[in-house]
Design a protein around this ligand. Structure first.
Ligand code: K7E
Ligand code: CUA
Length: 666
């Protein structure tokens, strides 16, 4: 809204005249001391053409240079295959962690992991070497249902994998290419004590030996899999031998969430396409029509504690290297139940106390709220209305529904503020609805009531509140992760950034504070953690291999640099520090195989160097204390000036050396 200059001035001086008001209110404090009268702030706002609300928003969210954000948002990057770390409330992009995609800045996947994370993260029986992914749902590790700041997991929606990031150094340590699933969307979500990271397939796969089956046999031969990937409690790595899957009907299992507190021990998976639509042909409609015919799909209720026991009892089959509970066993052992849910839902999100399971309608302008007490009772009483075509018992929707709350068009995802309120994103309406939970969450006055409609710009997907999916949300800030930025940013060519919007939800009604148009990635889900839960390294102990977090056998101290020829390899033990490589000359003959082991012997925080070799597609980044080994064949004759690509010191330009590849017999 444009306010004429005079009017804006008046606005600033009175009532909503937050700028003047705020400054006057804190006269004598820093603001007063540094700026004198509050009128000066008003003048700044006025000269910049800011409304009172905009100026107030700026003051509410600014984090001045040298001061820190109290929260970090870990946001997925979609088809960039990365994770972004964004400071809250400053909305500054602080770091990008490559997970599934190569990244020359961090040296991830550029000659530095010959036998490393990316190659080992592609199952050769399933895929070619994959060097990208589609990150959707980051999951911070939890202890007693709260983020504990140890590890982060994220799914690769495209290729059915999970990446694991160690929050000791914010680096990706493992990619697990999960057997039997082609794509992965139902997660990652961790159990409340990080026993498992869960993901399920969104599109089913044939269970034939070669992974192929004609679509005529879709109902019989295609299956989904709910994957429970066991987490090593020391390293955070996923352990395939301790993991298991549950075979599911070939519906499209979409989002999932973990039960907690009242619903601990359960997992909940939404699904769509109970119709088993396989796509357009001479007799079939397109999937978007075929998969939306029925009024209901099925919420999958999984008793994972029971599943653990069934696995321990050996009632499993091995399928492609993982233990699988067959569908009929899951049914007979009471591990899997269905509840009808309004057609083609998207998000399923469990309230902080675990009492309510909230299903976002997507094609239903409402959320359906199930009660875990009623679900447990229905299962106990065997209150079923028959089974689906595979024999999975169906609990009547009326037996478990606590509320059906009308919100608006296109509900997708829900977060909680820990004060009894839920916030649900509306994709089609471009809005967030704040509404109240019910008596089981302690809300009695106005249960299941819409309180606010908060506009966003535009087409919101997920939203994030600090701890908003844990047992203890901190209802301070809320970020809307919007898909379209349209008129919010100046023209940048035909591809637009996505647009994240920050809200102050301490205030009633919630107020917009700022936005972060984000190029280069499309966040789906994001989690916001209080920074005091994180405890990262600042420098590595000397000679650390980030892959093992232990001292590398190739760590080299100052004075120990050497070139050794043995077993058909030229091993170069090199050190790096401001501002030189040792050795600075690496003479070899064409065809020789090189292993260059680089140790950054700096102990100073922030003293990062790199090792970039021209024309060899090789770029290693070395943080202080880090040891990295690169392996390549000197397959072309030439003089190549390797150098440090990070401007590390006044003599950074001098920080180079020579890889001399002589012709044979020279
Ligand atoms: Cu809604 Cu993959 Cu969580 Cu995107 S998903 S928005
Ligand atoms: Cu080291 Cu530039």
């Amino acid at each position: 809204m444009k306010i004429p200059a005079m009017k804006r001035r008046d606005f600033l001086k009175v009532g909503g005249g937050v700028v003047a008001g705020a400054a006057v209110g804190i006269t004598g404090t820093n603001v007063g001391n540094n700026l004198g009268a509050g009128g000066e702030l008003a003048a700044v706002a006025s000269s910049r053409g800011l409304t009172g609300a905009e100026a107030r928003a700026a003051l509410t969210s600014v984090v001045p240079p040298g001061k820190y954000d109290p929260f970090f948002m870990f946001a997925s990057g979609g088809h960039s295959g990365q994770i972004s770390i964004i400071g809250i409330p400053s909305m500054r992009l602080l770091k990008i962690i490559p997970v599934f995609s190569r990244d020359s800045f961090s040296g991830y996947g550029f000659g530095t992991d010959v036998d490393g994370v990316i190659p080992r993260g592609s199952d050769p029986t399933k895929s070619n070497l994959l060097s990208w992914g589609d990150t959707h749902h980051p999951a911070l590790s939890e202890t007693e249902g709260r983020y504990d700041g140890r590890w982060l997991y994220v799914n690769d929606r495209a290729n059915g994998r999970i990446g694991m990031v160690d929050l000791a150094d914010y680096k990706t340590k493992q990619i697990y290419d999960i057997p039997n699933i082609g794509s992965a969307h139902g997660g990652v979500f961790v159990t409340p004590d990080s026993e498992y990271a869960h993901v399920s397939s969104i599109t089913p796969r044939p269970i034939t030996d070669n992974g192929y089956a004609p679509l005529e046999s879709y109902a019989d031969l295609y299956r989904g899999f709910s994957s429970w990937c066991a987490i090593d409690q020391t390293t955070g790595h996923l352990v395939p031998e301790k993991s298991f899957q549950i075979e599911l009907p070939p519906y499209n299992q979409d989002l999932a969430d973990m039960g907690k507190l009242a619903s601990a021990g359960y997992g909940f998976l939404n699904s769509f396409n109970a119709e088993l639509s396989v796509g357009m042909s001479h007799k079939n409609p397109p999937i978007e029509i075929g998969a939306a015919k029925n009024k209901y799909d099925y919420l999958h209720v999984i008793d994972w504690k029971k599943a653990e026991k069934v696995v321990a009892a050996g009632k499993i089959i091995m399928r492609n290297g993982i233990r699988v509970i067959p569908l009929q066993v899951a049914i007979s052992e009471g591990i899997l139940h269905f509840i009808p849910e309004p057609k083609n839902p998207h998000g399923v999100e469990v309230s902080p106390d675990g009492n309510y399971i909230v299903i976002a309608g997507k094609l239903d302008p409402a959320v359906t709220v199930y009660s875990i007490t009623m679900i447990k009772k229905a299962i106990e009483d065997k209150n079923f209305e028959g089974t689906d075509r595979y024999g999975v018992p169906i609990i009547p929707i009326t037996a478990v529904t606590a509320a059906h709350v009308e919100l608006g068009a296109g509900p997708l995802h829900t977060q909680y503020d820990g004060k009894g309120n839920a916030y649900t994103s509306l994709f089609i309406d471009s809005a967030i609805i704040k509404w109240t939970l019910g008596p089981d969450a302690g809300v009695t006055e106005k249960p299941f009531t819409v309180l606010e409609k908060i506009p966003v710009h535009y087409n919101i997907g997920h939203l994030a509140i600090p701890g908003g999916d844990t047992v203890a949300p901190v209802g301070t800030y809320m970020v809307a992760l919007n898909k379209w930025s349209l008129d919010q940013v100046q023209k940048l060519g035909p591809q637009h950034p996505v647009n994240l919007e920050l809200f102050d939800i301490n205030h009633t009604p919630p107020r917009v504070l700022s936005s972060l148009p984000l190029g280069g990635s499309e966040p789906h889900y994001a989690q916001i953690i209080s920074v005091d839960r994180l405890n990262p390294l600042t420098v590595y102990p000397p000679g650390t291999s980030p892959e093992t977090m232990a001292k590398s056998e190739f760590a080299t101290a100052s004075g120990q640099e050497r070139i050794v020829r043995a077993d058909g390899f030229v091993d170069v033990y090199a050190t790096v520090m401001r501002s030189h490589f040792t050795p600075e000359q690496i003479p070899v003959t064409v065809g020789e195989k090189l292993r260059i082991h680089l140790t950054n012997i700096e102990t100073a925080e922030n003293a990062t160097h790199t090792f970039a070799v021209p024309n060899h597609n090789l770029q290693a980044t070395l943080d202080p204390g880090e040891t990295v080994s690169v392996e390549f064949t000197a397959d072309r004759v030439g003089s190549f000036a390797f150098y440090c690509a990070q401007f590390c010191s006044a003599m950074h330009m001098e920080m180079y050396g020579w890889l001399l590849v002589a012709p044979a017999g020279a």
